[in-house]
Design a protein around this ligand. Structure first.
Ligand code: NAP
Length: 335
């Protein structure tokens, strides 16, 4: 027996951008059994299903028809270096619990907002570390057959802020838990200059110190979603061929870039947006964050339309100036 879904529910409290749109029906689920029953109900009623975790990587583009299932599954268990975390756990809780358990690997991923279940969907990454490195299995319920389906790392098809769950598997699987294999011996990953510099006075940082430093940098640069609505990076960093890089460099010799394993070059989307003079851009109550051009913020009462129009403007201006089409990082949801 599962609780009845509520009807016509505002999603404002369920997305970190704080956009107001309605879910036709909404039901939080707290166990795998409840999740399966909710999916069965949707099937019986022929409702389309939308899954929400922390709502920190979602941009509502309008009302959401059918059933919105809010994943509140809880529990974190350890078995040596292996950890199984339920999808509804807060990501930072998992980071803290693994460090307290003497396991390392997740410290560079500290303070990324959102839930454990959302993490593999976009393959969260920061400071040279990606979740994909640690994933053994992602456990799901198939929304069509209602069967349990597990994906090993290869089946997840992880890419840069990308996975099978964002592409072919989009909307089809409700993630119930994530199994990770972490490390018992600490090897700090300090390739990123900002993190390395912040720890320059500390010759032998421990995982807690690295985690604390990442938190400090993020707090300084990124808006706290509890205070200013946002979804972190709004655009992915583009990757271009060498000829394209050279062409931009003739005009912008200071262009930052990083070589990719496939011979192409990653550029910083935030830098490109800044060069276009877009830092002060605003549409209604949607604006570019004053301390970080890659972040779109809700300055009060932004509507889904404000956010999408601002994002479209940014894409058009960057495309005109650099011949690069920026891709949205968060998932778009709604009508
Ligand atoms: P930043 O340090 O200002 O650097 C700008 C961009 O340059 C970053 O996006 C990063 O790419 C790239 N970069 C910097 N040093 C690099 C190196 N040594 N090798 C390869 N690429 C390098 O970036 P930021 O916006 O403050 O973000 C810091 C880190 O947090 C980044 O890794 C960023 O991806 C991550 N972050 C993640 C999320 C998320 O997962 N939702 C949200 C916000 C920030 P990469 O983005 O590829 O690392």
């Amino acid at each position: 027996m599962i609780p009845k879904p509520r009807q016509a529910v505002s999603l404002r409290a369920y997305n970190s951008l704080g956009l107001d749109a309605l879910a036709e029906y909404l039901l939080p689920v707290h166990s795998v059994t409840e999740a399966r029953s909710a999916l069965a109900l949707a099937k019986q009623q022929s409702w389309p299903v939308t899954m929400l975790g922390g709502g920190s990587n979602v941009v509502l583009t309008g009302n959401v028809s059918g059933l919105v299932i809010v994943n509140r599954l809880e529990g974190i268990t350890f078995e040596g270096a292996r950890v199984v975390a339920a999808a509804g756990e807060v990501w930072q809780t998992l980071v803290d619990r693994t460090l307290a358990q003497g396991l390392t690997g997740l410290e560079n991923l500290s303070l990324i907002p959102g839930s454990v279940g959302g993490a593999p969907i976009q393959n969260i990454g920061a400071y040279g570390v990606e979740l994909a490195q640690f994933v053994e299995t992602v456990n799901t319920i198939d929304c069509e057959s209602l069967e349990d389906v597990s994906f090993d790392r290869a089946a997840c098809q992880f890419g840069y802020r990308d996975s099978f769950f964002k592409r072919q598997g989009k909307g089809r699987y409700l993630i119930t838990s994530v199994e990770l294999r972490l490390e018992e011996t600490f090897s700090p990953r300090l390739d990123y200059a900002e993190l390395r510099h912040a720890l320059a006075d500390n010759k032998n940082p421990d995982p807690f110190e690295v985690s604390r430093t990442v938190c400090e940098i993020r707090r300084r640069k990124l808006p706290d979603p509890a205070v200013i609505g946002n979804v972190g990076s709004f655009f992915k960093n583009p990757v271009v061929a060498e000829a394209h890089l050279s062409k931009i460099q003739t005009q912008f010799p200071d262009l930052p870039y990083w070589p990719e394993p496939d011979g192409q070059f990653k550029l910083a989307a935030g830098w490109l947006i800044d060069q276009c003079g877009l830092r002060d851009s605003r549409v209604g109550d949607a604006g570019i964050y004053e301390h970080h051009a890659l972040v779109i913020v809700n300055l009060g009462d932004a509507t889904p339309r404000d956010v999408t129009t601002l994002a479209e403007n940014v894409v058009a201006v960057v495309s005109d100036r650099f011949d690069i089409l920026l891709e949205t990082e968060p998932v778009l949801m709604g009508g």
